[in-house]
Design a protein around this ligand. Structure first.
Ligand SMILES: [Zn+2]
Length: 348
């Protein structure tokens, strides 16, 4: 029977105890390490979760009312929400600050709230905010400028022109804005006949030599003959997309023949054969392809003031609100229309 047991004085017993202890210590240290790692991960995850989910309106209200953070920090936070496009949170912070914040910054906070309402598309609320600022401080050009934009977006051109009068009294340069608002008012006037619209638009254009794209895009759309009669060859490049989309029957070949850029553009399009090369890379490629490949031109529009890129033409940049800063970029692209026509013809 004793042969099955090891005497506790036996050296083998000590070795077994030794290895058992090593095993227990190793197991516990491994288990403890795993547990700690999990705990650290969970703690960090919970910590980071706070930043992923934004505080609710109630939480924000509580945080601002407690006054644990200075007002400037809240303004910075609201601005970062505004910059990242989370206008709702930005508006909540400004509204709470207006209720409990320092009254010395009241007008500035009100302006920031109005600007956020405008950017978020709440035009009526933005209008009321700017009108409230101007009621107490009529000589605030920033509020007047935003009020002008609000009226312009609301298509209330009469009120927009009144705001321009106020800006003029403050010695602000209103030439471009005035021409732009007047042109928009003419184009969007449903009661004015097209002939009168053309005449008035050309009068504004000849008076300011601004809004080339807006005026000529409209003219070539409604009356290409009058547009060609009043065309200034120096503007050919900035109207590239208008010319590219102009119907073949509306082309004035005499004027095209006289203008170097239009000769290249319409040779590239395949209407005429008046150029063998072009200094514009995209036109040069199309001229050399001679309509043998399904390539065409597409266009991008860049604001030369803020470098914002748009897939559509604009007169006032919606990012920096400058007028007449559009620069047109030509791009080579696949002609899907030609592919589609060829596919349809193949079934006939
Ligand atoms: Zn811009």
């Amino acid at each position: 029977m004793n042969t099955f047991f090891i005497e506790f004085r036996d050296p083998l017993f000590s070795i077994i105890i030794f290895f058992a202890l090593i095993f227990i210590i190793t197991f516990f240290s491994y288990w403890w390490g795993r547990y700690k790692r999990k705990e650290d991960y969970r703690h960090l995850d919970n910590f980071l979760k706070q930043f992923r989910s934004l505080p609710s309106q109630k939480e924000l209200k509580g945080l601002i009312t407690k006054g644990e953070l200075p007002e400037k920090s809240w303004l910075l936070l609201a601005h970062s929400y505004y910059k990242s496009g989370d206008y709702e949170k930005s508006i909540e912070i400004y509204n709470e600050l207006l209720k409990v914040g320092d009254k010395s910054n009241y007008r500035e906070t009100l302006f920031l709230l109005g600007r956020t309402y405008f950017r978020a598309g709440f035009l009526e609320r933005a209008k009321n905010i700017f009108l409230e600022i101007l009621k107490n401080n009529p000589r605030t050009p920033q509020a007047l400028t935003y009020l002008l934009l609000v009226y312009e977006y609301m298509k209330d051109y009469k009120s927009a022109l009144e705001v321009l009068d106020s800006l003029d009294e403050l010695k602000k340069d209103i030439l471009s804005d005035s021409a732009y608002i007047k042109s928009l008012a003419i184009i969007n006037d449903f009661h004015m006949p097209t002939d009168a619209k053309i005449e008035n638009l050309l009068e504004i254009y000849k008076h300011t030599y601004q809004l080339t794209y807006l005026v000529y895009e409209y003219l070539f759309r409604v009356d290409p003959k009058v547009a060609w009669e009043n065309f200034n060859s120096a503007n050919a490049h900035q109207l590239s997309d208008v010319f590219w989309r102009l119907k073949s029957e509306d082309l004035d070949l005499d004027i095209i023949e006289q203008n170097g850029y239009l000769r290249e553009l319409y040779t590239a399009r395949g209407d005429v054969a008046l150029a063998t090369k072009s200094s514009v890379f995209e036109l040069d490629i199309l001229i050399n392809l001679k309509q043998e490949c399904c390539a065409t031109l597409s266009f991008e529009y860049v604001c030369s003031n803020c470098k914002q890129l748009y897939p559509f033409a604009f007169t006032r940049c919606s990012s920096c609100h400058s007028i007449n800063t559009q620069s047109i970029e030509l791009l080579l692209s696949k002609n899907y229309y030609r592919d589609f026509s060829e596919e349809n013809n193949s079934f006939q």
